[in-house]
Design a protein around this ligand. Structure first.
Ligand SMILES: [Ca+2]
Ligand SMILES: [Ca+2]
Length: 207
C-alpha cells in the first residue's frame, strides 16, 4: 500500500516533467516563429534620427498679399520638375503649397520643398507668379537653400537671394548650380540663367 503511494507520486512527477518539457518546446517554437517579425530597436533609432530631407528650398513673400507664388525644382534623379501640380517627385517633395491669404490661417506666404538624400549633379530652383488677385505690379520673393549632409549635422544655409517678379505669370530661375561629390556647391557653376520649369522643362542634358 505504501509502495503504491510512492509509485503514484513517481508517476505524477513524470507527468509534471513531461508537461513542463512540452511547454518549453512550445515556447521555443513560438520564439523561432516570432523572432523574424520583431523590430530591430537600432533600426527604429535610425529611422527616428533621419532628417526629413537633406536639401531644402524655401520661398517667402509679402504675407499680406493674396498672390499665389510657386516654387519649382529639378535635380538629379527627377523625371520632371517638382512643384504645385507635381508635388511628389522621386527625390523632392513640395511640403507646403501656399496660395496667398485665401484659405490660409497661418498668416504666412511661405512654400518649402525637401529632398530625400543628396546626389551630385545639377539643380535648378525657380519661382513662378501663378496668379495676382491683388493687382500689384511686382512682388519681391526671397529664396533660401539649406543643406543637411548627415542626420547628425545641423541644417546649414547655403545661399539666399531676393528676386523681383515684374509681372503676373513671370517665372525666374533663382539658383542654378552643380553640387559636387562632397555635396558642396561648385561656385563657378552658380548662375541665374532662366529655363522654364513650370512647363516641364529644365532637365539638364546629363540627367
Ligand atoms: Ca503656391
Ligand atoms: Ca499664405
Amino acid at each position: 500500500m505504501i509502495d503504491d503511494l510512492f509509485q503514484n507520486e513517481a508517476d505524477e512527477n513524470t507527468i509534471f516533467r513531461d508537461v513542463i518539457f512540452l511547454a518549453l518546446i512550445a515556447f521555443v517554437a513560438m520564439l523561432i516563429i516570432v523572432i523574424p517579425f520583431l523590430a530591430d530597436p537600432n533600426e527604429k533609432d535610425d529611422e527616428e534620427t533621419v532628417a526629413p530631407g537633406n536639401l531644402m528650398a524655401e520661398i517667402i513673400w509679402d504675407n499680406n498679399l493674396n498672390d499665389d507664388l510657386d516654387l519649382w525644382i529639378i535635380g538629379p534623379g527627377e523625371l520632371g520638375p517638382v512643384g504645385y501640380s507635381n508635388k511628389s517627385g522621386l527625390v523632392w517633395n513640395l511640403l507646403r503649397d501656399d496660395t496667398g491669404t485665401t484659405a490660409d490661417l497661418s498668416n504666412m506666404n511661405y512654400e518649402n520643398s525637401y529632398s530625400r538624400g543628396l546626389a551630385e549633379g545639377w539643380y535648378r530652383f525657380n519661382v513662378h507668379w501663378y496668379n495676382s488677385p491683388s493687382g500689384v505690379s511686382e512682388i519681391k520673393v526671397n529664396m533660401v537653400i539649406s543643406i543637411k549632409k548627415k542626420p547628425t549635422e545641423t541644417t546649414k544655409q547655403l545661399m539666399s537671394r531676393e528676386v523681383i517678379l515684374t509681372r503676373d505669370n513671370k517665372e525666374v530661375t533663382v539658383f542654378y548650380f552643380y553640387l559636387d561629390e562632397n555635396f558642396d556647391i561648385e561656385k563657378t557653376t552658380v548662375s541665374f540663367d532662366y529655363e522654364c520649369l513650370k512647363c516641364g522643362g529644365g532637365i539638364p542634358a546629363d540627367m
